[in-house]
Design a protein around this ligand. Structure first.
Ligand SMILES: O=C(O)C1=C[C@@H](OP(=O)(O)O)[C@@H](O)[C@H](O)C1
Ligand SMILES: C=C(OP(=O)(O)O)C(=O)O
Length: 407
């Protein structure tokens, strides 16, 4: 379904409740499957987390996780240690193009039985669950941190725990730290020193506890963008957030100061206020927060400022090649973008074309990142329901704060 966003204004003061973090939820759902004594609150209502829940409970021979990359990687590790269980883990056409060899090889080195069903190095994979005895493995750390988190999540259930050596430059580090923090929260001892991560085996069962998921900071990014493009004095309140977040995308607070958005933490909310600060060219290394690259690029385009984003080497293996998708769609709107394998340079925009139809490439973040353009001019978003991958109520929430949306 394509939707048209007519040129809109958002309410001068508005508030939105955002669903739980997809990343935290997917980790905690897996941990709950390993340690059922935990209760979870504010779990994400995203498609990806729903798929994760279903897959963990499934007894089918084939588990299809559609577009959910994190779920694909975490479940590969999970099924590898389900003794006696045999499962084929598969996904969408795009999932079959998202590499998994680094994780599969690490698991195989630990003794796992995993084979490729179609193309070597890619899903679908057949996993025959086994008890894993070995506890030392090394893997390449510059392609996706999800491989590392996947191993860490099952580590305490391995006979001898895990000692992981990370090779090369480590990417998306806050996601690794999030995994380790959640392990600590449930009483699983671990350490991360230099390029070595150690997780102890769980000798006694962790004590029951309720774990509350913080709302999703990547989803919040679209409101930071709206705040940046709105009139001075606009205030957007988002809940439920905390200052000491586990989510690396909370770096948005620092980044959006540059675009005149000040953030206050009050009780369990954040209040974004647009100030009269003058904005200029922007540059940032997003190695540790890749999911907000699209949001920032579109904010800069709409503010008509140039930007240089680096550390984008993981973008080409996400839901789509996000570098190519950004270039193509921003250029349709009249912008000019240069990309390499790991960076994006946006030239200062002269105009923003109206009524352009933005393709979303099965990528929720393409749809959501381009929505704030509607504060400048009318825009069409193709296949708008792709947002459900992480944020199913996105369009309803934008409608409630003043967006004029027609189907
Ligand atoms: O562990 C996670 O929850 C995630 C890690 C990141 O992936 P990469 O490490 O592949 O960059 C991020 O892009 C993804 O959306 C979620
Ligand atoms: C990259 C993402 O998700 P995944 O890798 O889990 O598909 C994302 O949500 O931006």
């Amino acid at each position: 379904m394509h939707i048209t966003l007519q040129k809109s204004e958002i309410a001068k003061q508005c508030s939105v409740q955002i669903t739980g973090s997809k990343s935290e939820s997917n980790r905690l759902l897996l941990l709950k499957a390993l340690y059922p004594q935990f209760e979870l609150e504010n779990i994400s209502n995203s498609d990806d987390s729903n798929l994760m829940t279903k897959a963990l409970a499934s007894t089918d021979a084939i588990v299809d996780i559609h577009h959910a990359g994190t779920a694909m990687r975490f479940l590969t590790a999970f099924f590898a240690i389900q003794e006696g269980r045999e499962v084929t883990l598969t996904g969408s056409k795009r999932m079959k193009e998202r590499p998994i060899q680094i994780l599969v090889e690490a698991l195989q080195n630990l003794g796992a039985d995993i084979t490729y069903e179609e193309n070597f190095g890619y899903p679908p994979i057949k996993i025959k669950g086994k008890k894993l005895i070995k506890n030392k493995v090394s893997l390449q750390a510059n392609v996706s941190s999800q491989y590392i988190s996947a191993l860490l999540l099952i580590a305490s259930r391995l006979e001898n725990g895990l000692e992981l050596t990370l090779e090369g430059k480590i990417t998306s580090v806050p996601y690794i730290n999030m995994t380790l923090s959640l392990l600590s929260e449930i009483g699983i001892e671990n350490s991360f020193n230099g390029n070595t991560i150690t997780v102890n085996p769980s000798t006694q069962n962790p004590r029951p506890k309720t774990l509350v998921v913080e709302s999703d900071w990547s989803s919040a990014s679209y409101y930071f963008s709206l705040a940046a493009l709105s009139s001075v004095g606009t205030e957007i309140t988002l809940s439920s957030y905390k200052k000491d977040s586990l989510q690396g995308d909370s770096v948005l607070v620092e980044i959006y100061k540059h675009f005149g958005v000040e953030t206050q933490f009050e009780n369990n909310t954040i209040i974004l206020t647009k100030t009269n600060k003058e904005v200029g060219p922007f540059s940032f290394d997003l190695t540790h927060a890749p999911d907000i690259a699209q949001t920032i690029a579109v904010t800069c385009f709409a503010l008509k400022i140039p930007c240089d984003l680096t550390g984008l080497h993981t973008l080409k293996i996400k839901e789509t090649d996000r570098l190519v998708a950004l270039k193509t769609e921003i250029e349709k709107l009249g912008g000019q973008v240069d990309i390499t394998d790991a960076s994006l340079h946006l030239h200062k925009a002269e105009t923003i074309k109206s009524d352009v139809s933005i393709a979303t490439y099965n990528d929720h973040r393409m749809a959501m990142a381009f929505a704030p353009i509607a504060l400048k001019t009318s825009v069409i978003i193709e296949d708008a329901m792709v947002v459900s991958k992480s944020y199913p109520t996105f369009w309803d929430d934008l409608g409630a704060i003043g967006f004029k949306i027609t189907k």
